[in-house]
Design a protein around this ligand. Structure first.
Ligand SMILES: Cc1ncc(COP(=O)(O)O)c(C=O)c1O
Length: 430
């Protein structure tokens, strides 16, 4: 097996195959990846690129959904974590901590209005669970309105909120979740009533295909919540922290939710941390339940130091401007690709560097994944809309790397037209 601690295999040894590295770790995955022509095993990584064990580089346009928003091993996060390791450990979740207070205050400062409270946990799904429990405690209601095709993680409440395709064979789930088409404001209005604790949405559904809603969607959803006395929970695990060219995705629509979920990028890619951040007045619901969600690694102090550094990073002058400029560069490139390949590149959607595009069918998307990989780009399709490709590069991607990805996408689309019959998987993209 691999050299302990090293990311690249020595020349003298043959790097292990995907089957070998998966033998004791979910071997079913190796077969699934092999079937997709995606037998990548990750090795060394730095900045916008990760390398396979043979040392071949790939521009990472998956970024693990935003975990690597700042690229791999960003210096500011590595330094923050290294410094923290000199004097901290995870800390006791039960005992209050100034490092937790500091991270919460940086998040609060980035949000509009007065104080916002943060409840820290390791994963995004758990942060969604916290939000759902909090919404039920705060409203005394049990109902949630969510989106078809949505994804909020695989923990208990979060899985119940997501699209049923994610939980096949795993039921029974938590009751109380109703789903409507994402972007359909009238459907949200109809579904939101006196039993609704909250409307829970990904600001831009990522696993659902990077769907950008119509301009009036969020204002109408906010108004529907206000009328019904329901909360608005926005899951910004992927859309938050600069991804859309604003710190928070919902700033694009001038609405303010009652609860925001963040994760992935908050880790700086080096220490797992997520947060359920809520309006200060909701804290009243916890007065009689201050220990409503114990979590041994929740608010781990090493992660708090990293999260505070991340919040500083997204607010640095020029950071969001760069995201917007690189997004426009991708837009221009994809506009040109659409003209050249109108039959296979069906639609391109984007806010900042949160991007996706539709191909004619899931068969095309699986082939596209492989064709991009062959051209040095890692990019996957959306699980809940499998004819849509996701394009989530590091937010710090350089103009040269944008051009590299566009070149690779052009080559892959040409190959797609040659290799995959237009009618393959016909009717899937609707
Ligand atoms: C929008 C959204 N919410 C929640 C989650 C769950 O986060 P985690 O995998 O950290 O539990 C994800 C993960 O991909 C996500 O994309």
């Amino acid at each position: 097996m691999g050299e302990k601690g090293a990311g690249t295999m020595s020349a003298a040894r043959t790097p292990p195959t995907i089957e070998e590295v998966c033998r004791l770790v979910t071997p079913a995955r190796a077969a699934a990846f092999r079937a997709c022509g995606f037998p990548l095993v990750q090795g060394r990584r730095e900045g916008s690129r990760l390398y396979d064990l043979q040392g071949r580089p790939y521009v990472n346009c998956r970024s693990s959904g935003g975990v690597f928003n700042f690229g791999h091993r960003p210096a500011f996060a590595v330094e923050a974590l290294r410094g923290a390791l000199d004097h901290l450990d995870i800390g006791d979740w039960l005992v209050p901590s100034p490092w937790r207070a500091e991270a919460a205050s940086r998040i609060s400062d980035s949000l509009p209005g007065g104080d916002w409270m943060s409840f820290f946990v390791p994963g995004g799904g758990e942060a969604v669970d916290v939000a759902i429990k909090l919404a039920r405690l705060a409203t005394g209601r049990t109902g949630f309105v969510c989106a078809e095709g949505g994804y909020h993680g695989h923990t208990g409440f979060a899985l119940s909120a997501g699209d049923p395709c994610l939980s096949e064979g795993m039921g029974p789930l938590v009751p109380g979740f109703e789903r409507v088409a994402f972007g359909d404001a009238a459907a949200v209005e109809r579904a939101t009533g006196p039993g609704t604790a909250a409307v829970l949405l990904e600001t831009i559904p990522a696993t659902g295909g990077m769907l950008v809603p119509p301009d009036d969607f969020y204002p109408r959803v906010r108004a529907a919540c206000d009328r019904a006395g329901a909360l608005l929970i926005l899951d910004e695990v992927q859309a938050g922290l600069g991804r859309t060219g604003k710190i928070w995705g919902f700033e694009n629509w001038d609405v303010v939710p009652d609860i925001v979920i963040t994760g992935k990028g908050l880790s700086g890619g080096v220490y797992p941390v997520s947060a359920c951040t809520y309006r200060a007045d909701l804290e009243r619901a916890l007065e009689t339940r201050p220990f409503f969600h114990p979590s041994s690694y929740g608010g781990a102090e090493l992660g708090m130091v990293v999260a505070a550094a991340v919040m500083d990073e997204v607010r640095k002058p020029g950071f969001l401007e760069h995201v917007r400029a690189m997004g426009e560069r991708f837009q221009a490139g994809f506009d040109a690709l659409r003209e050249r390949h109108p039959d296979v590149l069906v639609e391109f959607r984007r806010r900042g560097l949160m991007m996706g595009y539709d191909l004619p069918s899931p068969v095309h998307a699986i082939a596209m994944l492989r064709l991009l990989l062959e051209r040095g780009v890692l990019s996957v399709f959306s699980n809940n809309r499998p004819f849509s490709m996701q394009l989530m590069p590091a937010l710090v991607i350089s103009p040269e790397d944008v051009d590299f990805v566009l070149e690779a996408a052009g080559g892959a689309l040409e190959a797609l037209e040659r290799e995959v019959p237009a009618t393959a998987g016909a009717g899937a993209a609707s």
